[in-house]
Design a protein around this ligand. Structure first.
Ligand SMILES: [Zn+2]
Length: 404
């Protein structure tokens, strides 16, 4: 086999010719595109040559311990559509100083590894990794991801010690992050609905959120036909927090007595799901039932809410929730009444869960993953690189590294 053919095989790029090679701090392979007529770097169509540019190098995947570059002097073409542009080369993306294979491997590693490992393995700095991730995401992120959406989940993500926020939108059906933007206001989310267009907005059936965010207004305004589904676990969390407030109030009221210490230690028994209780915790609950009527009432109300949400039939769930509200609103425990009022205000969205069975669980899952990505690649000073990393790691971008 000829040496140049071996070199071509080694580069792994089948659409190039090798015309020679030399050694200069690594292997430098002289290449050119396999196609005769130059192609426009933007649209890819053939176009007449305009002028010649200087010789350039693209960093390629290394061989053994040896760095490899591809060397070529691209021309500019005069494209009838795009004007004067640098020609397309088959081994690299437009404006890149690395080959496509090198970039795909780097982006793949950035999906699964921490920052330092990627930079050490590939021999580039983190800023460069960011630029590569941008290009790969720009090319590989599904441009159809906002089409035909039926159910979405929305959540905010905080970074930089809760000083900065991103709004993150997840597609429930395809289980991927489809949109993100800095901010967490109604306007931030409004921009998403604008991008959906009238057809996309009309097709939307369910939107899951937790009750806290400022997103309700934007949803009611932009997609009035879509049903808001409040996340069940946030609803129950609200009630758990209220029970805990009652418990702390009791501890304060009983200060100095033996009972105070006992109530203080009852937190887990009160907040755990009943089927997870250990024997000791069951005994704790029984003691509270005997000795502390208010706290036990709070506990029963919390459990009754969970039972109401367990109903599978919307009618029954509605009746159970109405009965629950009547009870909770009149229980004379201020913390519980306050939480019950919030639940009453959001009643329809809470009952929508019974019909759709959608929760924000998947969105929360992505939130955790984003937190990991943000931690792995610490030092995001502007939101743009973080957003690219979110799309790379949570946007279902499949990368196949070029290793055989
Ligand atoms: Zn063009």
């Amino acid at each position: 086999m000829r040496f140049n053919t071996i070199l071509r095989r080694l580069t792994g790029v089948m659409t190039l010719f090798v015309s020679g090679a030399d050694f200069d701090a690594g292997l430098v392979v002289d290449v050119r595109p396999r196609w005769r007529k130059p192609r426009c770097g933007i649209c890819g169509r053939g176009a007449p040559r305009y002028d010649q540019r200087k010789t350039r190098r693209w960093r390629h995947l290394g061989l053994g311990r040896c760095r490899v570059w591809l060397r070529y002097a691209p021309c500019r073409v005069d494209c009838s559509r795009c004007g004067v542009r640098v020609e397309r080369v088959p081994w690299a993306r437009q404006d890149a100083t690395f080959t496509r294979d090198f970039e795909d491997v780097t982006a793949y590693l950035a999906q699964v590894m921490d920052k330092t490992a990627v930079t050490k393995l590939m021999g580039i700095n983190w800023r460069t990794v960011g630029a590569i991730v941008d290009r790969v995401v720009g090319e590989r992120l599904d441009p159809e991801r906002l089409k035909g959406l039926r159910s979405i989940g929305i959540d905010e993500f905080s970074y930089r010690k809760h000083h900065r926020y991103l709004t993150v939108v997840v597609d429930h059906d395809k289980q991927r992050v489809i949109w993100t933007k800095p901010g967490r206001s109604s306007e931030t989310l409004g921009a998403f609905f604008d991008e959906l267009g009238p057809t996309g907005r009309a097709a939307l059936e369910h939107v899951t959120i937790d009750m806290a965010g400022g997103y309700i207004k934007a949803i009611r305004e932009h997609v009035p036909n879509a049903e808001i589904v409040f996340d069940r676990f946030h609803v129950q969390m609200l009630m758990s927090n209220a029970v805990d407030e009652v418990r702390r109030g009791e501890v304060r009221a009983l200060r100095g007595t033996e009972a105070a210490a006992f109530v203080n230690g009852s937190r887990y028994a009160l907040l755990k799901n009943p089927w997870n209780l250990k024997r000791k915790e069951k005994q704790t609950l029984a003691a509270i039932q005997r000795n502390n009527k208010s706290l036990y009432r709070a506990y029963l109300i919390k459990e009754a809410l969970a039972a109401a949400l367990d109903y599978r039939q919307p009618k029954r769930a509605r009746r159970a929730l109405d009965e629950w509200l009547a009870w909770a609103l009149r229980c004379r425990l201020p913390a519980i009444v306050k939480a019950a009022r919030t639940i009453k205000r959001h009643k329809e969205g809470i009952l929508a869960y019974v019909k759709s069975r959608l929760t924000n669980g998947i969105v929360e899952g992505f939130n955790n993953r984003i937190r990991m990505v943000a931690r792995r690649a610490f030092g995001f000073h502007s939101p743009a690189p973080l957003m690219s990393m979110i799309y790379l790691c949570c946007g279902k971008i499949q990368l196949d590294p070029a290793f055989p």
